[in-house]
Design a protein. Sequence first.
Length: 128
Amino acid sequence: MKKITQRRKELKLTQKQVAKELGVRVATISDFETGKTGMNTDTFIKYLNLLDMDITDRNKLYIEEIKYSKKRYDECQKRIDATDRRIDDFIKKLESIEVGCISNFEQQDQINDSVANIFMNLFKNLNK
């Protein structure tokens, strides 16, 4: 979003001023300008209006934002699919553990540790 940042600076507007005008946090503007996050459509259009950008530039930027949103959606979908596969693997591992009367507490502890480790790895991977 270099053009937006450049235009904002040309107008001598700070991120704080823009954030106040748009009713969002300064971090929202910063993250958007650096490409860390997208921006909802209504706020994005208000931002372009605030910067009084040429309609051609607006359209190009709007298309860029849509493409960015699509890319983020695809990335999230891949993570969801990977998580689904991990959950399926986890279920298979649980199903493979014979559930029965275990008189030996040490064996029970090993199974509990194994299940706990599987859960911990699953949640670690979810947060990547």
